[in-house]
Design a protein around this ligand. Structure first.
Ligand SMILES: O=P(O)(O)OC[C@@]1(O)O[C@H](CO)[C@@H](O)[C@@H]1O
Ligand SMILES: [Mg+2]
Ligand SMILES: [Mg+2]
Length: 302
């Protein structure tokens, strides 16, 4: 029984289990895992059926009714348990909700990270759920549902895949590294040129290879798993990377802006790597450019 001192002396109040005392957000994280798994069932069912494709910021920035259905499933399920919490959801923002990270408990959701993969049945599709308080990610859940890999991390308590601890690669030589990146959905020739300049510089370091799963969240979980030494991209959004950023850091990795500054999850730029050594080599090779921040884009709703 926990007791607290009040103005009238000691009083007792409802028993709080030791786990809640130790970690008040454990039940929220457990809920995130459960709803991610349920969402994964919806996504995998949809992979067996037809998938009507719509577009957003460009003709190659795809979205489906499954993205929207899954996001609403997650948000409604969380609202029932945590009615005062806030949300940043990829498809809610696309529909005009503001993308603002306050100090309030906030769920940062990408219902399908890898929608283009989903449309093409390319088997790397993730549900990403990050949870932040005071603008700091406290837990992250990334469910790669075709692979049936549940990646989780709780701040200060390590990173796991299906319950097995994760550790980043110990390779410090960039010339013996595997690097992941994505080409994004911007087909402006000048932007594509900049993306290719960075890719060329990195290939010619040289590195063993460059790969892309088609999902920032899965690429970052590959860093946390020690399968690739680093992932970088200019063009991501906060919902792509919030959950996986904690999974990388709890697996012993580092996060940085592509210009070597501190990582800023709203800046649309990230390097997630196994070590500062490799990160610093990539910073020298990447041609940085800026994009409108996630929290700078005015909500579309009037
Ligand atoms: O739109 P989606 O499917 O949630 O995002 C898919 C994605 O591959 O596109 C971004 C830009 O390349 C990546 O960072 C991100 O993971
Ligand atoms: Mg995404
Ligand atoms: Mg998405």
């Amino acid at each position: 029984m926990c007791r607290r001192r009040t103005t009238k002396g000691w009083s007792s109040f409802t028993t709080v289990s030791s786990s809640n005392m130790a970690d008040p957000w454990q039940n929220a994280m457990d809920h995130a895992v459960a709803v991610a798994r349920k969402a994964g069932e919806v996504v995998c069912d949809a992979l067996r059926g037809d998938r009507a494709v719509m577009t957003k910021s460009s003709v190659v920035d795809l979205v489906t009714q499954t993205d929207q259905k899954v996001e609403q499933l997650i948000i409604q399920s969380v609202k029932e348990k945590f009615p005062t919490h806030r949300f940043i959801g990829e498809e809610s923002v696309a529909a005009g909700e503001p993308c603002v990270l306050s100090d309030s408990p906030t769920w940062i959701i990408d219902p399908i990270d890898g929608t283009t993969n989903f449309v093409h049945a390319f088997p790397f599709v993730a549900i990403s759920i990050g949870f932040a308080i005071n603008k700091q990610v406290e837990f992250g859940v990334v469910f790669s549902c075709v692979e049936d890999k549940m990646f989780t991390a709780r701040r200060g308590k390590g990173a796991f895949c299906n319950g097995e601890p994760l550790q980043v690669s110990r390779q410090e030589a960039v010339e013996q590294a595997m690097v992941a990146t994505e080409f994004g959905s911007d087909r402006d020739a000048d932007v594509v040129d900049k993306i290719f300049q960075s890719l060329r510089n990195i290939l010619c370091l040289p590195v063993h290879g460059v790969r892309g799963a088609g999902s920032a969240a899965i690429n970052m979980c590959l860093v946390a798993s020690g399968c690739v030494e680093a992932y970088y991209e200019i063009g991501i959004h906060v919902w792509d990377v919030a959950a996986a950023s904690l999974i990388v850091s709890e697996a012993g990795g580092v996060l940085m802006d592509v210009d070597g500054g501190d990582v800023d999850l709203m800046s649309r730029r990230i390097i997630a790597a196994n070590s500062k050594t490799i990160t610093e080599r990539l910073v020298k090779a990447i041609v940085p450019f800026s994009l409108p921040r996630d929290d700078a884009t005015p909500p579309k709703k009037s």
